[in-house]
Design a protein around this ligand. Structure first.
Ligand code: ZN
Length: 310
């Protein structure tokens, strides 16, 4: 059992090396950076860490005692930076991080650290990332934290503190933690999916990384106990890949509905391979057509029917 765990940890280290390999040579001393490398681009503006930010940062560092003292950790406050503008273009995917966040947020990060984690402080509007911001893994981490902010906003709007119900108080609390993590990871995956799906290894790595990130942040604190397991029986199991497939399936079906209302539908239906199809056969045929003709990678088509941001 022990051996198996060690093996698993080794695999995770390899994954971290792949996922956190910087895509850009960033000069973190510069106030503004705009770097294009390969098919990718990063652009950000640094901002000051004020007295209040520093207090919150010190508190955060202290709270992560189990990650400190490791090689290349993040305990030195002076090696942290902050940004209030951060835009990526990864392949065809544009990610303007602060456009997803409410006003006043800052992202704090520690480029020299080899510890990979993130956290969000809603009250003080701070997202902390214990690594740099120039790798796919960092982007996933940042988007996961943005996902938490989005989820939190949704709860506020609904005027509830949790969405998980059906168990006793302890069960709900534990299951709600897992729901939040799952939701945050799904948010990150949705934003990155178009790029991730282009490379099987990267896709698997990021899925596993996000899954582990969520588990690590809570299970170690003893939440994965019998009550969690029981409460989870009231709720979907945590499987982002499965959820992602469901989500994509939903998106695809919505896209089909939209397509059917459009004037492109008549032209499609008049093609000889589709004209004979019964109504119930159309959706399946359309999905195949979308894949085979490369429409799934056509930004215009995706924007029009899938509502993906350009
Ligand atoms: Zn989280």
């Amino acid at each position: 059992m022990k051996q198996k765990k060690a093996h698993g940890e080794g695999l995770f280290q390899e994954l971290e090396q792949r996922v956190f390999r910087p895509l850009f040579d960033v000069d973190f001393q510069a106030e503004i950076q705009d770097i294009a490398q390969g098919d990718n681009q990063i652009s950000f503006t640094k901002t000051e860490l004020n007295e209040h930010d520093r207090e919150q940062l010190a508190r955060y560092i202290a709270s992560r005692s189990r990650d400190r003292g490791k090689e290349g950790d993040f305990s030195d406050e002076s090696s942290w930076y902050a940004v209030d503008r951060l835009v990526y273009n990864i392949g065809e995917t544009n990610l303007d991080i602060f456009s997803y966040l409410p006003d006043g947020y800052k992202i704090l990060f520690c480029p020299n650290s080899k510890v990979y984690n993130g956290a969000v402080d809603y009250e003080n509007r701070i997202i902390c990332v214990t690594s740099d911001i120039s790798s796919l893994g960092s982007i996933a981490t940042i988007l996961h934290e943005v996902g938490h902010v989005k989820d939190n906003e949704r709860l506020k709007k609904l005027d509830v503190t949790e969405l998980t119900k059906g168990g006793d108080w302890e069960e709900n609390r534990a299951a709600e933690q897992m729901r939040k993590e799952r939701e945050a990871s799904l948010y990150a995956l949705r934003k990155m999916w178009k790029e991730l799906r282009k490379n099987e290894q990267t896709k698997k790595d990021i899925l596993l990384y996000l899954k582990n990130m969520a588990y690590y942040s809570h299970c170690i604190t003893g939440l994965q106990n019998i009550s969690t397991a029981r409460a989870m029986a009231h709720h979907n199991p945590y499987d982002p890949e499965l959820d992602m497939q469901e989500e994509l399936e939903r998106q695809r079906y919505d896209a089909w509905e939209k397509f059917k209302q459009s004037d492109e539908y008549a032209a499609w239906k008049s093609m000889k391979e589709f004209t004979q199809l019964d109504e119930f056969e159309e959706y399946g045929a359309w999905c195949q057509w979308v894949e085979e003709t490369g429409k799934v990678d056509d930004p215009e088509f995706l924007g029009k029917y899938f509502g993906f941001e350009q």
